[in-house]
Design a protein around this ligand. Structure first.
Ligand code: SF4
Length: 326
């Protein structure tokens, strides 16, 4: 993830995991509706749009090798979106009752139109921005300041992978941890709410990891109690991690009605710019699979069942997923 903690899913530190060994068939991508073993796939329906994500473009000021978006400086896999391309969707979303606009990249602040987009969106609804908090954000400090007077609040989630500066900088580049702390201080001083996206370590002691972050925050003059969101490894775009397939039976057997409501595709959509224009995808995790392109309008995108075919769907299933708050 670059800034990009990118859109990712996630589990709170204490999430209950569904045992993988209960699902036996290998994952396949050749059928939208059925697994390789011929079982009907699990699916999700979207009763209402609560949150609209906007992919600002896959370019980033950093080049992290683990980025689930494959982002780097100048990357054009997903072109930078412009305000006039987004505006009709903002208004359609409001008509559909959307409660929040959320933004991811790449690094959103690399996009020259981003502050204008954020200003327009926060005039309509509360906003949520994923960022790496480094130079791209700090370089737009003067433009960001007036946003504290927006009609609706803007919250930020800043990526800090590990409570170990050297380990974080090994992935994101030397000095990036300290720059992100500067970004956090800058945003907090302006009164914005900030949370932290960190990476999940295998068999980690979540409390010990977060205590180590708190100690670092103290050392750098940042309030300790910023909320965390924890991300598993989602693999690079187009990758296949060999995870098991989610069948209709699995969905009936394990997730409760309540945990099903945490799958992002139950309540969100994401706008992604393509050569043909802006398209609506099922969620923030599947922009590398055209099967999840649900149309050119939000209303159209809410009709189909979302089949859980993508390998990242298994992460949603197993970890319980909600990319949104905190
Ligand atoms: S990755 Fe799959 S299950 Fe998860 S939110 Fe997206 S479409 Fe739904």
């Amino acid at each position: 993830m670059t800034t990009s903690q990118a859109r990712v899913i996630v589990a709170d530190s204490g999430s209950k995991r569904i045992p993988a060994q209960e699902i036996f068939s290998p994952r396949s991508s050749d059928s939208w509706t059925h697994t390789r073993a011929g079982d009907p796939r699990g699916y999700i329906e979207t009763p209402a749009l609560k949150e609209l994500w906007i992919h600002t473009g896959s370019a980033c000021n950093l080049a992290c090798p683990f980025c689930l978006e494959g982002s780097s400086p100048g990357d054009t896999r997903i072109p930078l979106v412009k305000l006039d391309e987004i505006t009709p969707f903002l208004h359609e979303a409001v008509e559909l009752g959307v409660q929040q606009f959320s933004f991811t990249g790449g690094e959103p602040f690399v996009n020259r139109d981003f502050v204008k987009i954020l200003s327009a969106a926060s005039a309509l609804r509360p906003c949520f921005v994923l960022s790496n908090g480094t130079q791209a954000l700090l370089g737009r400090a003067k433009q960001i300041e007036p946003l504290r007077d927006s009609a609706h609040p803007i919250r930020f989630r800043i990526s800090l992978d590990y409570p170990d500066i050297a380990k974080h900088d090994a992935g994101r580049g030397e000095g990036s941890f300290v720059e992100s702390l500067q970004g956090i201080r800058f945003l907090r001083d302006l009164g914005f709410e900030v949370s932290i996206a960190r990476q999940m370590l295998p068999d980690e002691d979540a409390q010990a990891v977060e205590d180590a972050f708190h100690a670092l925050f103290r050392e750098h003059g940042i309030e300790e109690r910023l909320p965390f969101t924890v991300f598993p490894d989602f693999g690079l775009p187009g990758s296949e991690d060999g995870s098991p397939e989610v069948t209709e039976t699995c969905m009936l057997k394990y997730p409760t009605q309540q945990s099903r409501e945490h799958f992002m595709c139950t309540y969100t959509r994401m706008l992604v710019k393509r050569d043909s224009g802006v398209r609506v995808f099922a969620c923030t995790l599947v922009d590398d699979d055209p099967g999840y392109d649900l149309g050119g309008t939000l209303a159209e995108s809410l009709q189909p069942r979302i089949m859980l075919r993508h390998h990242r769907c298994f992460a949603c299933y197993r970890f319980g997923a909600s990319c949104s708050a905190p």
